[in-house]
Ligand binder design. Structure first.
Ligand SMILES: O=C(O)CCC(=O)C(=O)O
Length: 279
């Protein structure tokens, strides 16, 4: 692990699971350098563009969505990438990101759900966000030592100080989502090369930065993993209905909600996987 004092811990391949877990759980965040190859990033961007070109109505839908109003006009997004952008499946199943999520969520849940799989483009002029915790929608859940969700912001193009790389406040995790935000002077910016991924506890204060560049669009693949007993942002079983889910790997079906967590997520009182056979 190589880390500048005060900066987000940076881990190089092969990532040491203990160092990774320690950084994410106890400091709140880590950067996995070259989590995705340049080729994976370019494929992702090409497939997102191809999808939006052939489905122009999806850009309009996204622009009018609840989350778009939160993000503002200088950000475009595309949600529910699984089943629509072919490479998204393997990107979500990234063994180091998902492995870390499984280990850190295990004290709180037997299964893992994918919170979201989203593309965001933050264009020049995008303002700096407020420092926030992604646990806001789960603010009624008591907080504790163990995270209930983890967020990933992966750089599909470089994240720089000028184009608004993500800000994070290390060690700011563990409190209620309704806490007042810390002072900006305690935030550090995650500058990342193409393919690097910032993974952080969803209860860590963070924010997208302002894009002050003239023409540099910041391309983001955003995903997240959470305990199996909380509602997700993307509704996995609506976005990927049983017909589509039947073709996917078992682990991805779990992330989408086709595996029960105790007696939650059942299909007619039984295993939600039965919905695939019944299609
Ligand atoms: O733009 C980023 O890097 C972070 C985005 C973010 O935190 C959000 O949209 O909630």
């Amino acid at each position: 692990m190589s880390t500048q004092p005060g900066a987000v811990p940076r881990l190089k391949r092969p990532y040491d699971p203990e160092e990774l877990d320690d950084a994410v759980k106890n400091r709140g965040a880590a950067i996995l350098v070259e989590a995705y190859s340049r080729e994976e990033c370019e494929t992702f961007l090409t497939q997102v563009s191809a999808f939006l070109r052939t489905h122009p109505e999806e850009a309009d839908y996204a622009a009018g969505s609840v989350l778009a109003s939160f993000q503002g006009e200088t950000t475009s997004s595309l949600h529910a990438l699984i089943g629509r952008v072919p490479c998204a499946a393997s990107m979500v199943l990234h063994e180091d990101l998902l492995g870390c999520a499984r280990r850190l969520l295990r004290p709180k849940s037997s299964t893992v759900l994918m919170t979201v799989a989203e593309y965001m483009a933050r264009r020049p002029g995008a303002p700096r966000q407020e420092l926030h915790r992604d646990t806001f929608s789960w603010r009624h859940v008591p907080v504790g030592e163990h995270p209930i969700a983890l967020t990933v912001m992966a750089a599909m193009s470089p994240f720089t100080a000028e184009n608004g790389g993500t800000w994070a406040v290390l060690d700011s995790h563990g409190g209620p989502a309704t806490d007042p935000a810390p002072d900006w002077s305690s935030a550090v910016q995650a500058e990342m090369g193409q393919g690097d991924a910032l993974m952080f506890r969803a209860d860590l204060f963070h924010a997208g930065g302002a894009n002050h560049s003239d023409s540099d669009v910041r391309h983001i693949f955003s995903t997240g993993y959470q305990v199996g007993w909380l509602r997700t942002v993307d509704n996995g079983t609506l976005s990927v209905p049983p017909d589509m889910a039947a073709e996917l790997p078992e682990e991805l079906r779990e992330l989408l909600g086709y595996v029960p967590e105790d007696v939650l997520g059942l299909y007619k009182g039984g295993d939600p996987g039965n919905a695939l056979a019944a299609r």
